[in-house]
Ligand binder design. Structure first.
Ligand code: ZN
Length: 399
């Protein structure tokens, strides 16, 4: 039986990789109310051993969120509880090291694929960093680490094929080794399943009309199997995913696809690396990010940086600065999400700013995004430019 203090301890403990508690990230200022509700619900669930997902309809109704959000919250909190209990037992039994055990199927996130098979001293355990859960909906768990091949000989672990059938592989086989052992047909089936899941997710959230912020999982899914440079992923994660709400913007969806340019005059501007798009949903605008597959695929961070360095029309000198430029666009949309953003953009087009870059000269919306880079650099910003930036970011920009 868990008491109130123990429940509070779990609910208040920041475990997410970005240091922000999952529930706080998703629920914002309704969190206090939610914690109260969860204290009741989670307690019931923990005492009766019921499946947490059963409580989702209640949470959904009470907080007017999607079923998916409610389920994810409950499942993640439940995983957190379970993993904490295991950790306590390691301490009690004097276990020195634990090993990360991910699920061997197509759903497993990139983070967990990478962590699978790694082992860490119990005393260095850091939830969300080297101990699960690593992300919302994380299914990864741990076991005591045994550093003796004789003791583990003949041990097996479960894997699941693309048809959902379970089978056994040697216990010491890591996710990577397992994945490499699959034939190309099976791997293609995995990619297809992952894509279908992704589509279902997006359809579901569009259907409910409740907009979610993207999370690490969504980014993993968007780039899955597309050979994107690890360093580039880290930068995208840092700027687009981790602290987006806290930093004053909000990304609804992230995807990677080939961006074709049809208009002749657009061709001269060069192919876009990343597009930040304002999408109308109901009477609100939300932000979607599209990464251009044609450029990202198989392109190292060094090459990405080099491409940007030679580009004369804007001030971004590195891939990171190009991402920060897009953050500027995302902030613009978020600050004005209830307005007619297309009309605002049209008006901004006539308000270019001198002295920053070619694109800033021709378009105020681009000027605002360029200023985002200058702010990040800590550079001096011309007064006219700063005034425009503040005006747009305040959400009071006159249409
Ligand atoms: Zn731009």
């Amino acid at each position: 039986m868990l008491d109130q203090d123990e429940i509070n301890l779990v609910l208040d403990k920041p475990w997410a990789a970005d240091g922000k508690h999952f529930s706080e990230r998703i629920w914002g200022d309704r969190r206090a109310e939610l914690v109260q509700e969860l204290n009741k619900s989670l307690r019931k669930m923990l005492v009766t051993g019921e499946n947490p997902v059963k409580l989702a309809p209640e949470i959904k109704k009470k907080f007017n969120v999607s079923e998916r959000q409610a389920e994810r919250l409950l499942r993640t909190e439940d995983a957190y509880f379970a993993e904490e209990a295991t950790y306590n037992s390691y301490k009690e039994c004097g276990t020195e090291e634990y090993e990360i055990i991910a699920t061997l199927d197509y759903k497993t996130s990139e983070i967990c694929r990478d962590m699978d098979g790694k082992h860490f001293p119990v005393e260095n355990k850091k939830t969300g960093v080297n101990y699960p859960p690593f992300h919302p909906n994380c299914r990864t768990t741990t076991a005591p680490y045994i550093d003796d091949p004789e003791l583990t000989e003949g041990d097996t672990r479960i894997a699941r094929d693309s048809k959902g059938k379970n089978y056994y592989v040697p216990a010491n086989m890591t996710y990577k080794e397992w994945y490499e052992s699959l034939d190309s047909e099976e791997r293609a089936a995995f990619v297809k399943l992952k894509k279908q899941d992704r589509k279902k997710k997006v359809d579901k959230s569009a259907e409910s009309g409740i907009i979610k912020n993207i999370d690490v999982d969504d980014l993993d899914l968007a780039i899955y199997g597309k050979d994107v440079d690890e360093e580039a992923v880290k930068i995208i994660k840092k700027h687009f995913v981790d602290n987006s709400l806290a930093d004053g913007y909000y990304i609804n969806n992230i995807s990677m696809k080939s961006i074709q340019i049809e208009e002749e005059n657009e061709k001269e501007k060069g192919r876009p690396l990343i597009q930040t798009i304002a999408k109308k949903r109901g009477n609100m605008y939300e932000t979607d990010i599209v990464l251009n597959e044609d450029i990202f695929k198989g392109c190292s961070i060094e090459v990405l940086n080099k491409k940007l360095k030679n580009y004369k029309n804007n001030i971004a000198q590195t891939f990171e600065e190009a991402v920060i430029h897009e953050v500027g666009h995302a902030k613009t949309i978020f600050s004005n999400r209830f307005r007619d953003i297309e009309t605002m953009y049209k008006k901004l087009e006539k308000m270019g700013v001198d002295g920053i870059s070619v694109i800033a000269l021709n378009d105020g919306a681009e000027a605002v995004a360029e200023i985002e880079i200058l702010l990040h650099r800590g550079s001096v910003i011309p007064k006219q430019a700063k005034d425009l930036y503040d005006n747009v970011m305040s959400g009071n920009f006159e249409i």
